[in-house]
Design a protein around this ligand. Structure first.
Ligand SMILES: Cc1cc2nc3c(=O)[nH]c(=O)nc-3n(C[C@H](O)[C@H](O)[C@H](O)COP(=O)(O)O)c2cc1C
Length: 205
């Protein structure tokens, strides 16, 4: 019990601390099995996991991320722009491999139990698989970094993802020199966690 909480609070989004050492295949298997054990609406298991080790593919994605970083940076001004310029937003080339997690809304057939009123329930399921992966990786002393500075059509084209299947996350994965105690965005003064009390409502909003 304590171990689970310890892993949850130790988990970090990693960008700068990847060592690039290989990930043991058995460990990778356990991490993916944990992701695949996630709950899913109607038991659809609407996820797929693409393992990307090829440096050229990662380079192409990394170049795209750099461009999208510039697009976002152009929306910032003054001190905010300055603060953002110091923040590293990905470890695509430094990590050992990448795992792209996708969503297939057609999985489970026409009548998905539990999704008739809330289409997003399928997407929620994929996010739970991602969180399982993230926590399992942390328990294995690996780091994970979620990269969302990309356009979905670009990523679908790069990885030949079929029409109708949506990329949900590009995850950098691998051994790390350390998991920092304080999240990067907090360390750089971008944004800090708000205390739980502000998010708990009783009976009504
Ligand atoms: C959906 C999602 C997308 C994210 N995209 C990025 C990203 O593109 N680049 C990045 O550096 N961090 C990204 N993050 C990481 C968050 O910045 C990070 O989770 C948050 O600052 C809290 O830090 P922690 O995960 O270390 O606790 C993403 C996280 C989530 C959940």
């Amino acid at each position: 019990m304590r171990d689970l909480y310890e892993v949850m609070f130790r988990r970090r989004d990693v960008r700068a601390e990847f060592t690039g050492e290989p990930v043991d295949e058995a460990v990778l298997g356990r991490v993916l099995a944990a992701a695949h054990a996630a709950p899913s609406v109607g038991m659809t298991q609407p996820w797929d996991f693409l393992l990307i080790r090829d440096r050229d593919t990662r380079r192409q994605f990394s170049d795209h991320v750099r461009h999208e970083r510039d697009v976002f940076a152009a929306t910032l001004e003054g001190e905010e722009a300055e603060r953002f310029s110091r923040i590293k937003i990905d470890g695509v080339m430094e990590s050992s491999l990448s795992v792209v997690v996708t969503y297939d809304a057609s999985r489970g057939g026409r009548a998905v139990l539990g999704r008739h009123a809330i289409a997003d329930a399928g997407l929620y399921s994929v996010c739970l698989a991602i969180q399982n992966l993230w926590l399992a990786a942390t328990a294995e002393d690996l780091g994970v970094g979620w990269v969302s500075f990309y356009r979905e059509p670009f990523l679908s084209g790069l990885l030949h993802i079929p029409d109708g299947i949506r990329p949900v996350a590009w995850l950098c994965l691998g051994p790390v020199s350390e998991l920092r105690e304080i999240p990067d965005l907090e360390r750089h003064g971008w944004r800090a966690r708000t205390p739980l009390e502000e998010f708990v409502h009783t009976e009504t909003w």
